[in-house]
Design a protein around this ligand. Structure first.
Ligand SMILES: Cc1cc2nc3c(=O)[nH]c(=O)nc-3n(C[C@H](O)[C@H](O)[C@H](O)COP(=O)(O)O)c2cc1C
Length: 363
């Protein structure tokens, strides 16, 4: 029953949606890494609700660094981040204690924790817990940026609206970061309209998001079970709502011929590069030095207000459920910074494994 990820840099999450706080323990980071609290606050603000297409539960995300940071730098000992829950309304959930919200984790939590789980607002399964990921990831992102490694996640597709895919990750990161709806093209209003249309019909929508990473050295990853695709997939599948992943051209490769799918190698300024990047920057589980690019399927938010068929597992009977409470009709905007953050933690771990724990702190 562990809630940690990583081998050298290890992230542990704690907290429940309606408990006193959520947060993260980040252990194994090199000493001496710069920690800018304003940057952590900025990353947390990107996960916060930003309008009528997001949940009405707005948390201020006032975080506290309890340990592991001294005079603005990591000490190398466990870094503990606590983010209090300040806007809790558990009354919305009282009637739901034994009613399994369809496609939520209520029933599976009951099966695993035998009724001892905190059911309020989804408890430990809530999207609220991802605030800890974002804060910890922001610390890792600063360390990666110092090494010239940059990344972003954008909404590629949602409600019939299609963003441009990454073609030049380094220049597109800035565009994504400048928008409330993380997208390369300025299509946020159209996505918001599609989400609100679904909400109007007491429904929700999902979509596809895409992460791009540039500046990674070639040679990162392992050939078999700890392939970079494997460790990244394991991480992002921890985030509630992500149901699929593909690297590079992914499933599209299955319909192509080798002559079109292969990424020809060539020399550029004394470096080996590939002319195309259908592989998504990974061959044999190991980075080839091209941008690492992957897409993820995000399911529609399970909490919808239209009546749904389900069961009361305490009474053992079928019931109809009409949900009230505060929910995101789409989580696609808010999940992007969560993915970026978790990928930052994974990359710090991978770099520490490959080049040593102090690598990130070296100039
Ligand atoms: C940032 C974030 C916010 C979320 N907000 C909600 C929400 O308001 N309502 C909801 O039903 N699910 C929400 N979720 C999704 C649930 O956590 C997720 O659907 C559930 O855990 C089951 O996911 P799974 O089928 O991928 O395991 C949110 C997820 C994230 C990452």
């Amino acid at each position: 029953m562990k809630n940690s990820i990583g081998t050298s840099v290890i992230l542990t999450l704690f907290g429940e949606s309606h408990g006193p706080a959520v947060g993260a323990v980040l252990d194994g980071l090199a000493p001496g890494l710069a920690v800018d609290e304003a940057f952590i606050a900025d990353r947390l603000s990107r996960r916060q609700p930003a309008g009528p297409a997001d949940t009405a539960r707005v948390e201020p995300d006032r975080f506290q660094l309890l340990s592991g940071v001294y005079r603005g730098r990591t000490t190398g000992t466990p870094l503990v981040i606590v983010i209090p829950n300040e806007n809790v309304r558990s009354g919305d959930y009282r009637a739901l204690e034994h009613v399994a919200r369809p496609s939520h984790a209520d029933f599976t939590a009951q099966m695993k924790y035998h009724g001892f789980q905190d059911p309020r607002g989804g408890g430990h399964f809530s999207g609220r817990v991802t605030a800890g990921i974002v804060a910890a990831g922001a610390v890792c992102e600063q360390a990666l940026a110092a090494k010239g490694i940059r990344l972003a996640t954008h909404i590629l597709r949602c409600g019939g609206v299609e963003d441009a895919p990454f073609t030049d990750v380094a220049s597109e990161i800035g565009k994504i970061e400048g928008r409330t709806y993380p997208m390369i093209l300025d299509l946020g209003e159209q996505v918001e309209a599609a989400v609100l249309a679904a909400k109007q019909e007491q429904d929700s929508v999902g979509g596809v998001i895409q992460t791009g990473i540039c500046g990674l050295p070639a040679g990162l990853g392992e050939p078999w079970f700890d392939s970079l695709e494997g460790v990244l997939s394991r991480a992002v599948f921890a985030i509630g709502g992500i149901k699929g992943i593909e690297f590079g051209t992914g499933f599209g490769l299955s319909g192509m011929r080798g002559s079109a799918a292969n990424d020809p190698f060539r020399m550029q300024d004394g470096r080996v590069v590939t002319a195309s990047n259908h592989s998504g920057g990974i061959n044999g589980g190991i980075t080839n030095g091209m941008p690492v690019i992957f897409n993820m399927a995000v399911k529609p938010t399970p909490s919808i207000s239209r009546p749904q068929q389900t069961v009361d597992f305490a009474e053992g009977k079928d019931v109809e459920l009409s949900l009230t409470g505060r929910h995101d009709p789409a989580i696609i905007r808010r999940i992007c910074p969560v993915v970026t953050a978790l990928v930052c933690v994974v990359l710090c771990d991978q770099l520490a494994l490959r080049f040593g724990t102090d690598y990130l702190a070296q100039p």
